[in-house]
Ligand binder design. Sequence first.
Ligand code: NAP
Length: 226
Amino acid sequence: MRIGVLGTGIVGRSLAEGLARIGNDVSIGTRDVDSLMARDEPDQMGTPPFASWRGEHEDIGVAAFAEVGDGAELLVNATHGTASVAALTAAGAGTVDARIVIDVANPLDFSGGFPPSLWVTNTDSLGEQIQRAFPAARVVKAWNTMTAALMTHPEALADGDHTFVLCGDDEDAKTQVADFLRAFGWRDIVDLGDITNARALEAYVIMWVRMFSALDSPMLNIKVVR
Ligand code: NAP
């Protein structure tokens, strides 16, 4: 499948690498390729410059959002939450009917420092805002509740014995995402239901960041025991 991953940070890189590993034709989208490739310092989170990562992943294309969106059968939104609708617009998310859009972004607000709050919560969510902005797309909220290192490598924690939670309005789109997840080794996948459940998946991140602080490690996830 031809997949466009919007986002050049640690999340976009992890998902692009993973989706390519299981046999997809993957390109990564950015605002401006030249300025992206010219960066030579780690970002504020210590993520190495994109160009050094790309040197080890030459099978993965890199292009502007619009080019990556053109012809992609599926889009992954791994951009900064405040920029997600703009990035998806640039990639033409609303121009192809029924295209799957996997939304990994979180509406985090660091303006008050750490831990962050959410700039949309309780009665709305970023996932719903994206679905409303692109009504012809089939949005699935997924992967936003864990650190990038676990996204396509569940076995890196507790031999993969933990839970993946997703939601979205379209059953076939969620089945496609679950197929990817099983290919990565996810065994326990919980579908919360329609896209309004993105409120819960995004709100959970408030718990996640506090747990990350308390444990001093991002290698954590929920396991739903039932
Ligand atoms: P990030 O730094 O949050 O986002 C990087 C991407 O956002 C880049 O591709 C950047 O474009 C784009 N971007 C930033 N400002 C933009 C703007 N004004 N217009 C258009 N695009 C813009 O990267 P990340 O840490 O990989 O996180 C990606 C998303 O996943 C975030 O929403 C985050 O909350 C969520 N998330 C993160 C983790 C994690 O482990 N870090 C886990 C789960 C979910 P350029 O390429 O042009 O610079």
